[in-house]
Design a protein around this ligand. Structure first.
Ligand code: MTE
Ligand code: MO
Length: 325
């Protein structure tokens, strides 16, 4: 999805090479740690590779995706898109230790009875956390299955009592180049922004995710709180959210304003509508096993609405999906 820096398409061989180099280096460092003792290692090693992992005490299991083969924890934390930490797939896992997800504040603004600044705990405390396995289909034609921990966005939204003027919900990611070193360059216009129509935001599938595998969200996956809209391309799932606004007009969305011919506002997963530079008919599932990368996994068919059409197709009834892509 690199637009400003190169004309490159989805997954570049150079990224795979650097990923392999990274994994080999990591193995070397782990071995070195066992041999020599961690205290001899440079400080970045402990902070980026031994990030503290914290379990949530009370997560309700659900039936969502229970039959799916999950992407491993290593897979979903070592192959990421999070341009705030660099544009390479392994940049987030290397650089996201700079992010401080605690304390965290989310500002709620716009057309709602209750607005203001809320701590992460204020946002999540009143709710039961759920585990849901969702398919994540990146627009670059790779996919994962991730056991998210989260809360239906609808339940959170209701507490702020949006008014009838609130037709859309807009989201913003943190801007702080000290914590997000990728923001020192203008690979994208910061902040990363996204938006949903109100009925999409209120759909029971839409999740505010705060973790994976029963644990707090890894920094590179968007700690401490990020959006998951499983029937849309992965880039709609904006990470490390600091602002939620209830607005009247369709809000800007980062990839849509960056390259409007390539990425629509809706961005529903649709194998029948190719990206101008590549097909969307198939995808490579990244399981994380055997050091699999997007280049080497076998291709599988991409499902209409990522397989969630039964739950969400009604949202787009009467709309020309070629026009509103
Ligand atoms: N703020 C922000 N959110 C983001 C991105 C990003 O670069 N910045 N990348 C998006 C893309 S393209 C994808 S595919 C998903 C990847 O989520 P994951 O790393 O948790 O798998 O995050 C999305 N959210
Ligand atoms: Mo993506």
């Amino acid at each position: 999805m690199l637009i400003k820096t190169t004309k490159a398409s989805d997954v570049k061989p150079s990224e795979i090479t650097s990923k392999d180099a990274f994994l080999n280096r990591r193995k070397f460092i782990q071995t070195a740690a066992i041999v020599s003792g961690a205290s001899l290692l440079p400080p970045f090693v402990s902070s980026s590779f031994a990030a503290a992992r914290t379990k949530y005490p009370n997560v309700k299991k659900t039936a969502y995706g229970e039959a799916e083969k999950l992407t491993t924890y290593d897979g979903l934390t070592e192959y990421n898109n999070f341009y705030e930490f660099g544009t390479g797939k392994s940049d987030p896992s290397r650089n996201a230790h700079n992010l401080k997800p605690e304390p965290w504040t989310v500002e709620i603004t716009g057309h709602a009875a209750k607005t203001g600044k809320f701590s992460f705990d204020d946002i999540i405390k009143p709710h039961q956390l759920e585990e849901r396995n969702y398919r994540l289909r990146c627009v670059e034609a790779w996919s994962m299955v991730i056991p998210w921990v989260g809360i239906p966005l609808a339940d959170i939204i209701k507490r702020f009592e949006p008014t009838s003027k609130a037709k859309y919900v807009a989201f913003e990611t943190l801007v702080d180049p000290k914590q997000m070193p990728g923001q020192k360059r203008n690979a994208l216009d910061w902040p990363y922004v996204e938006g949903l129509r109100m009925d999409e935001a209120m759909n029971p599938l839409t999740l505010m995710a705060v973790g994976v595998y029963g644990e707090h969200m890894p920094n590179q996956n968007g700690a401490p709180i990020r959006l998951i809209v499983p029937w849309k391309y992965g880039f709609k799932g904006i990470k490390s959210i600091v602002k939620i606004s209830f607005v009247e007009k369709q809000p800007p969305a980062t990839w849509n304003i960056q390259a409007p011919r390539e990425y629509g506002f809706y961005s529903n997963v649709n194998p029948n509508i190719d990206h101008p530079r590549w097909s969307q008919k198939k995808e490579r599932r990244i399981t994380g096993e055997g050091g699999l990368t997007a280049l080497f996994a076998p291709k599988i068919k991409t499902q209409f609405m990522n397989g969630y059409a039964e739950e969400v197709a009604a949202l787009y009834k009467g709309m020309d999906l070629k026009k509103f892509f």
